[in-house]
Design a protein around this ligand. Sequence first.
Ligand code: KG4
Ligand code: ZN
Length: 353
Amino acid sequence: MVVLGIESSCDETAAAIVADDRRILADTIFAQIAEHTPFGGVVPEIAARAHLDHLDDTIAAAMRQAGLDFKDLDGIAVTGGPGLIGGVIVGVMMAKAIAFAHGKPFIAVNHLEGHALTARLTDAVAFPYLLLLVSGGHCQLLVVEGVGRYRRLGATIDDAAGEAFDKAAKLMGLGFPGGPAVAAAAAKATAPFRDLPRPMKGRPDCNFSFSGLKTALRQRVDALRAAGAFDDTARADLAAGFQQAVVDCLIDRTSHALAMAKADHPTLSALVVAGGVAANQQLRAALQELAAKHGLPIVAPPPRLCTDNAAMIAWAGIERFRLGELSDFDYAPRPRWPLDSAASALAGAGVKA
Ligand code: KG4
Ligand code: ZN
């Protein structure tokens, strides 16, 4: 089975072609960084228009890369939500049009399911496993029990981890996207700042919160600025302190979730990390240590497949098509779409699902 995947829910316009034997035949991404950089963050309307401008070329490039024609495809999978609705509409309309014109099955998949199942594309991980999903829009811990079977153990009650990195970078004047900028500044630290809070640490649930950490950072930056002492050294030390605080929070919450998941699922096969923040080297090292303590392997897909991409959408489509599932042509794009509909809703700026 060969499936075309389309992703357009945030600021990456992406198309990929994946085979059910886990080969990625094409993987093309048009990253809209230049469009959004002047605003220091993703502007939804600009993103939607950029998807409209670039999606057809991106798909054509993927088809060329794979050396295939639309008639060779077995199906089209597209992100049907959750995400910035303008972009999701562009992707879904494009997928429906290709499927309709070529008489191919079409499926709208949950973007979060794409992230959740990537470890099966890259490493053939067996169910059940614990997933830490950390990106600019998502921050949650899920037990992945099967295709379409997700149990959310915890999520952020305000900002997502990547969003916290982005806001911290903006605060410190480090640029966009914030995660890599904070990590690069942190690498130059000589005396990492230690006095930042670790919100939610030790709590009996598995939820996250980063807004208090961001406020503490802002107060520190303001104080240093007022004293005329916010130089490159201070910036690097603060970036390192902030990165350490985020990693500590993520490790504390994941450690708690691992204990809960193992109690419910003695056959838990791995700790999987996905999303853009999974590219953070300090987080990867700390997760490695945590998983080893629990006697589990850590699976971290390569950064290109951790950040938003279309290969994960094609793969989620393959997993769904294999089960005989299809979407109707009247499928309506969804701005919000929780993976675990039984989990209680959490309100907050970074809560997209
Ligand atoms: O998965 P992704 O590409 O898009 C979303 O769905 O949000 O993740 C992007 C996020 C951004 O917030 C970015 O700052 C963060 O991932 N990120 C990082 C690193 N690389 C990307 N955060 C921390 N450290 C990094 N090295
Ligand atoms: Zn994502």
